[in-house]
Design a protein around this ligand. Sequence first.
Ligand SMILES: Cc1cc2nc3c(=O)[nH]c(=O)nc-3n(C[C@H](O)[C@H](O)[C@H](O)COP(=O)(O)O)c2cc1C
Length: 220
Amino acid sequence: MDLREALRSTAAIRAFTDRPVSDETIAAILDDARFAPSGGNRQPWRIAVLKDRAVRRSLADAMQPVWDDYMVATAAGQTPFTAVPPAGYTPPTDRPPHAPNPLLTNIESIPVVLAVAADLSRIALMDKDLDRPAVAGGASIYPFCWSILLAAREHDLGGVITTFATRVEPITGPLLGLPADHVLAAVIFLGHPERRPTKLKRSPVVTTVDRFDGPPLSYD
Ligand SMILES: Cc1cc2nc3c(=O)[nH]c(=O)nc-3n(C[C@H](O)[C@H](O)[C@H](O)COP(=O)(O)O)c2cc1C
């Protein structure tokens, strides 16, 4: 597939047909994705392919309250879980209602569920000493996650990167046997898409010259 086309059309896919995906295909996807970049080329990732239905169910049960919280905040017009609270943000105090999420409800039947762990001892967290939440470390793991989604397209598969399991790592870590010094960075769902969107909603990139308050980049 043409690279430009892949970049412009790889949407989050959350609904899959029941067509199975072989272990050989999973291995081939990961073997392509491993060429993703990481800080110092440390490649801090490892994968657990979740097959056991009971493990999947426990994982989904742990993730569900995070989704419920997400939906409450979204319904209130807030962007949930932002790294710094937006002005005027007041966290909801009520217990959120159950918000069904097909990824979680149907987790047992989703063709591929991958847990992605990252080894903190191999991540250079360049911005860790600043007086704000660190973000640079994620850049050593999420390009790999994105490469999994791109590599999956070569096999006509689609999927979605999710991070809601990270919020409940005290539950999901022991459930998945997360090694010492590792974090659970993502859970990726893959399968044959029920349908594939052709047009993604993405905004133009705000682009200025020399400074972020500089003049817009203009071109003819
Ligand atoms: C770092 C990251 C975290 C994400 N976490 C979640 C998540 O927890 N749950 C979920 O359903 N989607 C998650 N997504 C998928 C995004 O919601 C999706 O990529 C975005 O809304 C664009 O959707 P679209 O491709 O359908 O336009 C995540 C994506 C990224 C890159």
